[in-house]
Write a protein that binds this ligand. Structure first.
Ligand code: 5GP
Ligand code: ZN
Length: 113
């Protein structure tokens, strides 16, 4: 999608600090980190949110899920981490391209606010 900032990051029209990339997904550091490690993992395909996922995305999202531990290991998150996807207005989603926040290197709180 031409006016989507994460599509533009995936296509390198907008620069980002990339930590992992292949033909299906890209992971890059968040602009406003909420933890010592805060990386966003996104499918390169434009999907607006978890709520917009369709059956044809099953393989892609499974692929992304399997990559999480490799990206976490690359970032040195051997003590654990949190993976979050904010969805819609109540979920406080601000960028309408499906993304997973990978947060680590500090103790998380539960329940989240
Ligand atoms: P959301 O609020 O939708 O769950 O998460 C969007 C995230 O994208 C936020 O954590 C925000 O800091 C990050 N973000 C927004 N614009 C940019 C950008 O242009 N580059 C990067 N690297 N992160 C961004
Ligand atoms: Zn997009």
């Amino acid at each position: 999608m031409s006016d989507c900032i994460f599509c533009m990051i995936a296509s390198k029209e907008i620069p980002s600090n990339v930590v992992y990339e292949d033909d299906k997904i890209i992971a890059f550091h968040d602009l406003e980190p909420q933890a010592p490690v805060h990386v966003l993992i996104i499918p390169k395909k434009h999907i607006a949110s978890l709520d917009a996922v369709s059956a044809e995305d099953q393989e892609l999202l499974g692929y992304l899920a399997v990559k999480v531990k490799d990206i976490a290991a690359e970032l040195g998150l051997e003590n654990g981490y949190r993976l979050v996807s904010n969805c819609g207005e109540d979920g406080l989603q601000t960028v309408q391209h499906l993304h997973f926040h990978l947060l680590g290197k500090r103790k998380m709180l539960w329940p989240p606010g």
